[in-house]
Design a protein around this ligand. Structure first.
Ligand code: ADP
Ligand code: MG
Length: 217
């Protein structure tokens, strides 16, 4: 199963959701934000090397940490040498080997996001309740539909007291899982670990999202 985590807008929590959903689903997380990677790095071959034809995608997966990860390089030189067209084959090779693969997409609706959606059977849209983020998520949904990636769930991040789940479910025609703003989430990002490594309760919304995804794909 290949699941793309997208949403259009930057900063809404795509990377946070991808990483913690990867943990909840026991999947390999692929950091496909080729120009602005945020997931933990590691020494050795990364996705830039894979997309430049210098490394094997399966051999670049790191299994040692709390979440199995195909990391991405951080340099502009590496990003320029990476061919996004090779992304589909790389993601498929990882999914063939490991079974489950969650892809962290960059912001926007560029060719890199398109490649991840082409490889994916389904996607999770990440948005906040703001009208700007919702409008971008609607556009991301259009792109996903064009590329035959079904919508498994919407993660409504930084959901407030009254998350208007029904209205947003109506807008997308898919289940909506609210994820509250939480200090633990911010700390987990700062430490480069999943939320569950710091606090099991704070990880519950991500586990819930995992259950929703599993029952809809
Ligand atoms: P994106 O990948 O969409 O650009 P990120 O997942 O990198 O967004 O999130 C941006 C920042 O917001 C990160 O520092 C992350 O820790 C923080 N963040 C995301 N979701 C939450 C949340 N629910 N509570 C607190 N901080 C959050
Ligand atoms: Mg990100």
């Amino acid at each position: 199963m290949i699941l793309a985590v997208t949403g259009g807008k930057g900063g809404v929590g795509k990377t946070t959701v991808a990483y913690n959903l990867g943990r909840a689903l026991d999947a390999v997380v692929v950091d496909a934000d080729l120009g602005m990677a945020d997931l933990p790095t590691a020494r050795g071959p990364d996705l830039h090397d894979v997309l430049a034809g210098r490394a094997d995608p399966v051999e670049a997966v790191r299994e040692g940490g709390p979440v199995a990860l195909l990391p991405c390089g951080r340099t502009l030189v590496g990003a320029r040498a990476a061919d996004p067209r090779a992304l589909v084959g790389a993601i498929e090779a990882v999914a063939d080997e490991y079974g489950r693969c969650v892809v962290d997409c960059p912001a926007g609706a560029g060719s890199d996001v398109g490649m991840a959606l082409l490889a994916a059977e389904a996607c999770v849209l990440v948005t906040t309740p703001s009208s700007v983020a919702l409008a971008d998520a609607v556009r991301a949904r259009v792109l996903a539909r064009e590329l035959d990636a079904g919508l498994a769930a919407v993660a409504l991040n930084r959901a407030g007291e009254d998350p208007s789940v029904d209205r947003i479910e109506g807008l997308f025609g898919a289940p909506v899982t609210p994820i509250p703003e939480s200090d633990v989430v911010a700390r987990a990002t700062a430490h480069g670990v999943p939320v569950a490594s710091l606090d099991g309760r704070a990880a519950e919304p991500f586990e819930e999202l995992g259950s929703v995804v599993q029952s809809s794909v």
